[in-house]
Design a protein around this ligand. Structure first.
Ligand code: FAD
Length: 472
């Protein structure tokens, strides 16, 4: 590469965290260059016609509670750059075999109406946490530090450190609320018996009520387009089709921020890192993989529970014990016969995604890291289970096993979509105790392999950039 310029900062990777880091630095008056390997910018926030012409699919992320709720993104004028959030009438539906569904509504009370015997218990659990979300978010979407609201955090924390299964079974008596909570917690991609998996269930439930599970009109790419346009308005530069193979090939820069996982950092900068730190990065653990399918459909999914048509996201897995078994399987190197399927149906609420009357559907399930097993039939069986006749509506499908996800984005190691396992050992202290900094002067890591971890929220990039600004 032969740019003559010298930059204050170079960011490698244009995922939401790379762009958040670049914006934070540009806002502080630094000259910034972002280098992206792919032809399209955005990493986990991209959209493309994956099936048929005119059908726009989200390549990775589809549903964005953490982007809407991001304390950093909220400060940016992204609406001025074309970002428009669509809130489906209900964030989430969880259908059962009897043709009914539990529904996570924006209102806690309306949600309770779908939970039968556990309505009072759900209200008691959620109401105080939802009321406190604005205090909790600053502590949870940031690296560990002394909390500003210790009592609020303690009220959340003593439940959050439990296993999702333990919390659901002790708080709820009925199948409906237990299953709803299990589906929320299964976003952790961990066995639901593990400590701190309740935290994922609580955070996703709270955000459903407090900020909503929205998605951008026109697809996840619109988040990236708005971030890039705003960055350029601040003077930042962005180059696509530029895979960085070694730090030595970069133009001179005071600081380099890597929107990479430890494996990528080692590949690019291993020779600049001392052996002890290198070994720590080598020991960093990746989690289960995702097996993803996108469909072009002739009509909406024919759900037995009609409430599912009001929800942007649908969780398919049945009861708590079924979901817990499905989520244990990847950790035992197995593929569940009845996987837990996370499904989004954005075109029901966003007509820009498809030709008139047609639909797109996005779904994935969890598989062992680097799995090569084809889960297509098992995923479609789970949809048919709750929507008989689904297969008759399929016009085309795009299938992405872990290797294909990783081919499209080197950060998705073995199909791990969170930049590393998010178990209790790697949840707050990732990728090492140094968090965003490395022993090499001016070299930082800013991806979801740093706190607060996976999801489109930009907070890893924001905190990494602050860390570099503090050092300089
Ligand atoms: C299938 C799937 C579904 C998901 N669903 C959701 C969801 O619904 N909601 C949600 O909030 N999150 C979701 N996520 C997770 C979310 O996408 C990620 O947590 C988020 O994108 C992480 O952002 P990042 O900036 O850390 O990394 P990434 O978004 O992964 O970006 C990293 C970028 O770096 C680039 N890169 C890598 N190596 C190099 C190199 N050597 N040189 C130059 N560039 C390089 C990559 O091409 C990529 O563009 C999903 C992810 C996947 C894969």
């Amino acid at each position: 590469m032969s740019q003559p310029h010298r930059y204050d900062a170079i960011v490698i990777g244009s995922g939401p965290n790379g762009l958040a880091a670049a914006i934070t630095l540009a806002q502080a008056g630094r000259s910034v260059l972002v280098l992206e390997a792919n032809d399209t910018l955005g990493g986990g926030a991209r959209s493309a016609e994956l099936t048929l012409p005119g059908f726009l699919h989200d390549v990775c992320s589809a549903v964005h509670p953490l982007a809407v709720g991001s304390p950093f993104f909220r400060t940016l004028p992204l609406e001025q750059y074309g970002l428009e959030w669509i809130h489906p009438p209900a964030p989430l539906a969880h259908p059962f075999d009897d043709g009914t569904a539990a529904v996570l509504e924006r209102s806690v009370d309306a949600t309770c109406e779908t939970l039968g015997v556990d309505a009072p218990a759900y209200r008691k659990l959620m109401n105080p946490l939802v009321a406190d979300w604005h205090k909790l978010e600053t502590a949870l979407l940031a690296p560990l530090k002394l909390p500003r609201y210790p009592f609020t955090l303690a009220r959340f924390g003593w439940r959050a450190v439990r296993s999702a299964k333990g919390l659901a079974e002790s708080v709820f008596k009925g199948e409906r609320a237990r299953a709803l909570f299990a589906g929320l917690a299964a976003h952790s991609m961990l066995p639901l018996e593990q400590a701190a998996t309740a935290a994922f269930g609580l955070v996703l439930g709270i955000t459903g009520h407090s900020v909503g599970w929205a998605f951008p009109r026109g697809g996840a790419q619109k988040i990236t387009d708005a971030l890039v346009a705003y960055l350029r308005s601040l003077g930042g530069a962005v180059m696509n089709n530029t895979r960085v193979e070694s730090l030595d090939e970069l133009p001179q820069a005071r600081v380099i921020l890597c929107d990479l996982t430890p494996r990528g950092l080692l590949r690019l900068a291993g020779d600049r890192l001392p052996p002890l730190y290198r070994r720590r990065l080598e020991r960093y653990r990746y989690g289960a993989g995702a097996f993803k399918i996108d469909w072009a459909l002739d009509a909406p999914i024919p759900w037995s529970a009609k409430e599912c048509l009001r929800a942007g996201t649908v969780h398919l897995g049945g009861t708590l014990s079924e979901i817990a078994a499905a989520e244990r399987a990847p950790y035992q190197g197995e593929h569940s016969e009845k996987p837990f399927v996370l499904l989004a149906q954005p075109s029901l609420f966003d007509t820009t995604r498809t030709p008139m009357g047609k639909h797109t559907v996005w779904a994935y399930c969890h598989v062992p890291n680097s799995s090569t097993f084809d889960m297509t039939e098992r995923i479609e069986n789970q949809i048919e289970r709750f929507a008989p006749g689904f297969r008759d509506q399929i016009l085309a499908r795009s299938v992405m096993p872990p290797a294909e996800l990783e081919r499209r984005n080197a950060n998705l190691v073995g199909g791990d979509i969170n930049g590393g396992a998010q178990d209790i050992r790697q949840l707050f202290l990732r990728p090492t105790l140094r968090l965003y900094t490395t022993p090499a002067k001016g070299l930082y890591i800013c991806s979801s392999s740093t706190p607060p971890g996976g999801g489109v929220h930009g907070m890893c990039g924001y905190h990494a950039a602050l860390s570099s600004l503090r050092d300089s």
